[in-house]
Design a protein around this ligand. Structure first.
Ligand code: SF4
Length: 698
């Protein structure tokens, strides 16, 4: 801890749950977390606020089920093993497959829950030690379409604005984001601004989520038709001459093509397809176009589609034609999911197409730079993009992926189509899993390596607002666990590589030398800057103050201009028919986090939401003779499950909602593993056609 107070250790650190990036003091005694306390001086994003998870959900760290010793599976049963034995078995498993089938028969999965430093080391392990770009992480299952869409239009696959915009803008367009439950502290900022300063709030969502109650306008949209209503807004703005001609002329390309593309998205068409009435479309278009500043906020409801990247193009186009970008209070604000998916999931390069800092692996100069740094011949640095995680699961089905090493991810719940994911895990020749608990995925492993939780780790996380923030060890590591980066380093050592990192800060020294957007970031500097707002990347050198908002003068593209791409796909990949007449969409609940590895062990969180449920509109309930609390059979074209009915007007009559957190009754029993979004290879989690019936009781 930082200091002691009456035998209580006090450590300022960063929340391990979501990418809002709240910081607070963790109070601990005798290795147990007692609670957290606001420390606004070191919390540039949240000040004194946190949500229920940041405040109360840390007892998992000392839960009796924690993995404390490596496990090896012999004859189908796990037994405890020493680190030496377990690491040797991992090396043997990975090397055996590499020797027989080549390095590209292996797939590595890094963890967005883990630190930047751990993720950096994991990408180095994949490229230098194994010799493959087959490395990916859960960003593929959430905002990968955001990253691909924004990279090719404005440059950085990240939010362009930060806290100032969320607290002070004049207008918000929020879509596909249940902000109050998924990013609670951002929601508080927005609600406060709406209340105190009368900021305009427009919410477009298939569900009438809590944020809709604070909105000036809530528009219910059909899941899967986002390009339609966004193009409709763009058309409405242009037809009414409300676009920012000067901005378009000076700072963008591609406007003419956008004008042509949006032509067919008339108010009538938008109403027919997306369900938004013409007067709502017009009001929203005028509100956005005439606002002094506007922030465009979205989460996975916009990204997780078979044409997710096009959805992002459309959203970026809307910001660009109205000139609401490149300003302190106007811009694009995707709310990232995991605590460190921005940093560990993207910035650090544990992805199949980029080295750290979004430097493409297919570029010879980049390969030379990293090969030099790692003391390799450039020919040894893999030059082909690797498999995305979704493609790894499809490739494994074909026998092209034979072994996997998964750190801190639970694909058995998080991958689309759990049934498919299970079959794939069972067919692998070798599976190693590194985690803090024996997850459903880890149950299938040959070797399980126990890692430190966030509360036992040192390093950094990067928040949704591009704030890079320190993570500090608040309690001593439990049992015989090790930090993720150390485990990877010890594996590399067994393959004959000597990296010699002795602390996470050494790793950041290597990162900043190779990653221009992190060039000015060191742990020591973050410690100093934590009191004046932290450091938001890009931080181009050690004197650079960081970048609260991007694109003030130019976009991060070769010509400095934003490149608008047309988005003209209308239909989702599946549409309801007589056999599957309803659409299932998915999302989160406040008290749970992702696959529940941590929150399922929190009695407080479990007392609210210990099982899955299905939200169903009263009219639909009536049509299917469903009563509140009935157990429903839900069947899609891809799988089936059972969950308890909750009758509510949150979804529309044609849509049901199921949370994604649960193995039993969770949404991913029903979702599909393909088709995937072209550029990002993300699944279409948000649109699944289903039929329902009341389950027969035993
Ligand atoms: Fe943690 Fe996110 Fe809650 Fe903040 S809003 S306390 S970062 S889970």
């Amino acid at each position: 801890g930082d200091y002691q107070l009456n035998d209580i250790n006090v450590t300022d650190t960063t929340c391990e749950y979501c990418a809002v990036g709240c910081r607070y003091d963790v109070l601990s005694k005798d290795g147990t977390v007692l609670g957290t306390r606001p420390n606004p001086e070191k919390a540039p994003i949240n000040g004194i606020s946190t949500c229920v998870k940041g405040k109360f959900s840390h007892s998992y760290a000392t839960n009796e089920d924690r993995l404390t010793q490596p496990l090896l599976k012999d004859d189908g049963e796990f037994r405890e093993a020493s680190w030496d034995e377990a690491l040797d078995r991992v090396v043997e498993g990975l090397d055996g497959i590499r020797t027989e089938h080549g390095p590209n028969a292996l797939g590595l999965v890094a963890s967005s829950k883990s630190t930047n430093e751990a993720n950096y080391v994991m990408q180095r392990f994949a490229r230098e030690v194994i010799g493959t770009n087959n490395i990916d992480n859960c960003n593929r299952l959430c905002h990968a379409a955001t990253v691909s869409g924004l990279s090719s239009t404005v440059g950085f696959g990240a939010a362009s604005v930060g806290v100032e915009a969320l607290e002070e803008t004049d207008c918000y367009l929020i879509t596909g984001s249940n902000t109050t439950e998924s990013h609670p502290v951002f929601a508080t900022m927005i609600k406060q601004n709406v209340k105190d300063n009368d900021a305009d709030l427009l919410v477009f969502d298939p569900r009438k989520i809590q944020m809709a109650e604070y909105a000036d306008q809530y528009s219910r949209i059909e899941p899967g038709y986002d390009t339609t209503w966004i193009n409709g807004l763009i058309r409405c703005i242009i037809v009414n001459d409300l676009h920012d001609e000067e901005f378009i002329e000076e700072r963008t390309t591609g406007f003419d093509q956008v004008v042509e593309t949006v032509e067919k998205f008339t108010p009538e068409f938008v109403e027919e397809k997306a369900g938004v009435p013409p007067e709502e479309l017009k009001n929203a278009a005028e509100t956005i176009a005439t606002a002094d500043s506007c922030v465009f906020c979205w989460t996975l409801g916009l990204a997780e589609h078979a044409h997710g990247t096009e959805n992002i193009y459309a959203m970026a186009n809307l910001a660009l034609i109205t000139g609401h970008i490149g300003k302190p209070r106007a811009g694009l604000s995707p709310f990232r999911g995991q605590n460190n998916v921005q940093g560990g999931g993207g910035d650090m390069g544990p992805v199949p197409n980029n080295f750290p800092g979004y430097q493409p692996v297919t570029d010879e100069e980049n390969r030379k730079k990293f090969a030099n740094a790692y003391d390799m011949d450039v020919e040894e640095m893999p030059d082909r993009e690797g498999f995305r995680i979704t493609d790894m699961f499809l490739a494994a089905e074909q026998g092209d992926i034979r072994g996997m090493f998964i750190q801190g991810e639970n694909p058995l719940i998080s991958e689309p189509n759990i049934g498919h994911a299970r079959e794939v895990l069972e067919t692998l020749d070798f599976l190693a899993v590194q985690d803090i608990f024996l997850t459903d995925t880890a149950e299938h492993a040959d070797v399980v390596l126990p890692a430190t939780s966030s509360l036992e780790s040192n390093g950094t996380y990067t928040a949704s607002t591009r704030h890079v923030q320190l993570v500090k060890r608040a309690i001593d590591p439990i049992g015989n666990v090790k930090p993720d980066w150390k485990i990877t380093q010890q594996l590399a050592e067994r393959f004959g590589y000597d990296w010699e990192f002795s602390h996470a800060s050494d790793i950041m020294e290597e990162i900043n030398g190779l990653t221009p957007i992190y060039a000015g970031i060191t742990h020591e500097r973050l410690e100093r800057h934590s009191e004046d707002g932290g450091l938001q990347w890009p931080v181009w050198d050690e004197d650079h103050p960081g970048t609260p908002y991007t694109y003030a003068d130019q976009f991060q593209t070769t010509d400095g201009l934003a490149h608008m791409h047309p988005a003209d796909t209308v239909e989702p990949s599946e549409t309801p028919d007589d056999d599957y007449p309803l659409v299932m969409t998915s999302g989160r609940v406040l008290y749970q986090y992702h696959t529940g590895t941590m929150t399922f062990r929190e009695p407080g969180d479990m007392s609210y939401t210990d099982r899955s449920f299905v939200e169903i509109h009263p009219e639909t309930a009536n049509a299917y003779s469903v009563s509140n609390g009935d157990m429903l059979d839900i069947t899609s074209r891809h799988g089936e499950t059972q969950a308890m009915a909750e009758i509510t007007t949150r979804p529309n009559p044609g849509t049901i909602f199921i949370p994604m957190h649960y193995l039993h009754g969770g949404a991913n029993n029903l979702t599909k593993e393909k088709p995937l979004d072209g550029p990002s290879r993300s699944p279409e989690y948000k649109v699944t056609d289903v039929r329902i019936s009341v389950a027969e009781s035993d």
